[in-house]
Design a protein around this ligand. Structure first.
Ligand SMILES: *Cc1c(COP(=O)(O)O)cnc(C)c1O
Length: 364
């Protein structure tokens, strides 16, 4: 049996007729940039998340950049985040001339350990950037509490968690600013690059909207140093269709995750969803020893797997200048060595999952 990891082909096939129709509409109107689809999608995103302003942009990385630029974060500032995430989280902090300050994760959810955040705050700290890794949010109430005590902003990197909930509220709606990514392999993906910024704050929203289009106030008049950070109309058209069906996709992903856990929990450490949260399962990640051997054996049996992420950010060459060393964040380091993601998409069949789990258990 050959298993598909993310099954993007099926995701298109499911809604082909509607997607083709919406895309054709864009192509025939030639309104490729800032066409009506963009504003329509933004309304739908705002409704879905319950956030006042949903501002689409070029990708999840730029969503982080735009958020921090709107907050005025730059040279001399520090932003607290986790080392166990995709590079973009800390890269964007450094790109703006600010300093990423890492805090280790907690072992259960792989998200930032809130009990360690306060010790990392200095007089230069401007913001906390928690990541909702693998589809579930961190302890946002505690993070917000610390932030408000020290007068810091909170930027949720929700690139993997669009649609996830925290005590009934949606990811993106839980802090000063939230971001997400519509990269094809994310839970809600488009047919290229895409992202969004969410905020209830009118002033920040206006600034993000201006920054994503070269900081302009009106055409050829520029109030800020901004960037070319728009989402294009074709991606908006695709996302409009996919968002309509997204709640069903989430339920299917949750069902797949539940089935994995039932089949595997006696044999291996399966992921945990903490109290008050639902996950959108951007990844279904288990912990193994001998990861390389297991991946190789799975591959021989037609089962793809992936590692998110093999090296924590404090050990990356590009962050050497920050002065961190091996041993500084022991949980992130250990998890990086053991974590392994299994195929995850809404279309995995029971038969496929039985096969994956049977083979994995045999290999173990
Ligand atoms: C994917 C991802 C990003 C970046 O999103 P892009 O759309 O690829 O730029 C940022 N943070 C995290 C945690 C991600 O998984």
């Amino acid at each position: 049996m050959q298993i598909d990891f993310a099954n993007l082909a099926k995701a298109y096939a499911e809604h082909k007729e509607d997607i083709d129709k919406e895309m054709k509409c864009v192509v025939e109107s030639s309104s490729f940039i800032m066409g009506p689809q963009v504003a329509e999608l933004e309304l739908c995103l705002s409704e879905f998340t319950g956030v006042k302003h949903a501002i689409t942009c070029s990708n999840g990385t730029d969503a982080l950049l735009l958020s921090m630029m709107a907050l005025g974060i730059g040279q001399g500032d520090e932003v607290i985040t986790t080392p166990f995430t995709f590079i973009a989280t800390a890269e964007t902090i450094a790109f703006l001339g600010a300093k990423p300050v890492f805090v280790d994760i907690e072992e259960q959810s792989y998200n930032i350990d809130v009990s360690k955040v306060e010790a990392a705050i200095t007089k230069n700290t401007r913001a906390i950037m928690p990541v909702s890794l693998f589809g579930q949010t961190p302890d946002m109430d505690s993070i917000n509490k610390i932030a408000s005590h020290y007068n810091l902003s909170v930027i949720e990197d929700g690139a993997q968690s669009f649609g996830a909930t925290y005590y009934g509220k949606k990811s993106g709606s839980l802090s000063t600013i939230g971001t997400t990514s519509f990269f094809p392999a994310k839970p809600l993906g488009c047919f290229g690059d895409g992202g969004a910024v969410f905020t209830d704050n009118d002033i920040l929203a206006e600034k993000v909207k201006s920054l994503r289009i070269h900081g302009q106030s009106k055409r050829y008049h520029h109030k800020y140093i901004g960037m070319g950070g728009r989402l294009d109309s074709l991606q908006a058209a695709v996302l409009k269709v996919k968002l309509k069906n997204y709640s069903t996709d989430i339920k299917k992903r949750q069902k797949v995750a539940q089935r994995y856990t039932e089949l595997l929990k006696e044999f291996i450490q399966t992921p945990i969803v903490l109290a008050g949260r639902t996950s959108v399962w951007a990844q279904y990640s288990i912990r193994v020893k001998n990861r390389e051997y297991i991946q190789e054996q799975l591959k021989k049996r037609g089962i793809p797997s992936a590692v998110h992420y093999p090296m924590p950010l404090h050990l990356q060459k590009c962050f050497q200048y920050l002065g961190y060393k091996l041993g500084d964040f022991s949980i992130s380091e250990r998890v990086s060595n053991e974590i392994m993601s299994l195929p995850m998409n809404p279309y995995l069949t029971e038969e496929e999952q039985n096969y994956i789990c049977k083979e994995l258990i045999a290999i173990l």
